[in-house]
Every structure is written in C-alpha cells, then in structure tokens.
Design a protein around this ligand. Sequence first.
Ligand code: PGA
Length: 249
Amino acid sequence: MRTPLMAGNWKMYKTVSETRAFFEAFSPLVAKSTHCEIAICPPAVNLAAAVDAVRGTRIAIGAQNLFWEKLGAYTGEISGAMLKAAGCTWVIIGHSERRQYFGETDETVLKRTRAALEAGLQPIVCVGERIEQREAGQTETVLREQFANGIAPLTPDAFERIVIAYEPVWAIGTGKVATPEMAADAHRLLRQQARSTFGTEAALRLRILYGGSVKPDNIRGLMAQTEIDGALVGGASLDPVGFASIVNF
Ligand code: PGA
C-alpha cells in the first residue's frame, strides 16, 4: 500500500553534459518501472538540464538542500520557490553530510522542512546515527531525538507530506551496508515515533527509505523487509545501468 520511492542523491558529482548523458541512458531503462516512484537529486546547477531531460518520463527531479527564507540577501543560498520554479518536486533535507560539514541541526532541518512544504516541494528528511553512537548503544536515543526535534513539531498535515530517510552515517559511502534486519529495526522505531505523535493511520502511510551503501546486489534483501519503503542512493545512483537495476530490483 506504500508505493516505494527510489531516490538518487548525486552529491557533488556530474556536470551539465554528464547529467544529459545519464538521462539518455537511464530513462529508457526505467520507462516501464511503474512499481515505484523515481527521483534524481543532482547538484543545483544541473537542475534545469535534468528537468528538461526527464520531461515526458516518470522520473522526478529533486534538490539536495534549500534555504528556509523566501528571498533576500543570503549569498549562495537557494529558496524553495526557486527550486519549485526550476521544476523540482523533491528536496533532500538534513543529510548527514550537511549535518557534519555545514552545521545542520534538528532545528534547521525543521525550518527547511517547513519552507519546502510551503513551496510545494516534498521533503526527504534524513536521520541516522554515527558509528560511535551505535557502538555506545545510543542508536535509539539518537533517532528519538532527531525525530522529536526535527520532525515531531510539524503539523499533522505537514507530516503527511514528508518522507523520512534512515541513513546510518557509518554506512554512507563506506561500503558497509546495514543488514536488512538492522535497517528494519530502525525503521520500526521511527514508525513507532510517528505513531505516538501523529497516530496509527499517519504512521502506516509514512514512507521510510533506507540509505547507506545501497547497491544493485543488496537492494533485493533490503526491499524484502516490509518496513523499508525504498532507498536513498548515493554512489550507486551515478551509474545509469546500476541505478536502473536498483530501481528494478
Ligand atoms: P551512498 O550514500 O549510497 O554512497 O552510501 C547514500 C547517501 O548519502 O544518501
């Protein structure tokens, strides 16, 4: 009943011409993939080319971040309305790399999420524990806190429109994928948080993606877990054939 979402996060990879070449190869490979939604999140300078390339396909385009103000003197920033006007429908918020290198906190995640929704974008809100937190047995506490501070303050209407991505930081770009069972445990905990804050129905409708070293050879095992509603894929989304085989798991 929850339609899977397969989202590619290109991070700081690919130029405009590489973006066009990707979609030329990728689009035909997923033309019949009606079992899921597909989104690609390229760097901001490639959004126009990406939106142009996916016209007439089922592929949606998203941004990797946005600023919460609508406009103003904020050098280097991009607003939700600008992303929407560029043809984006999705936006990734609170990715661990933004938390780690750019000072993102649960509070700024909440502000960005509200701004994204106000602009008519669908947020993919990222949560996840670092390795030292997992090793110290703090995974639950960390996820509870990230949910409580970054997500729970949303209105019920706003909550209905977000997707959560569980991305254990130690699994991102490291080749260390969480086992399907580990991921499913974390997803259950998040869904439980959703249930106690927003009710059973809303929790059942919530899509929770797994992210962290998802590859063509481990996607099936992950998607076999009923708790896992799709994937947020970094490195493996850069290759059109590889990402198509993830989409078509
Ligand atoms: P990865 O990245 O698939 O390269 O581990 C996932 C992410 O950061 O979203």
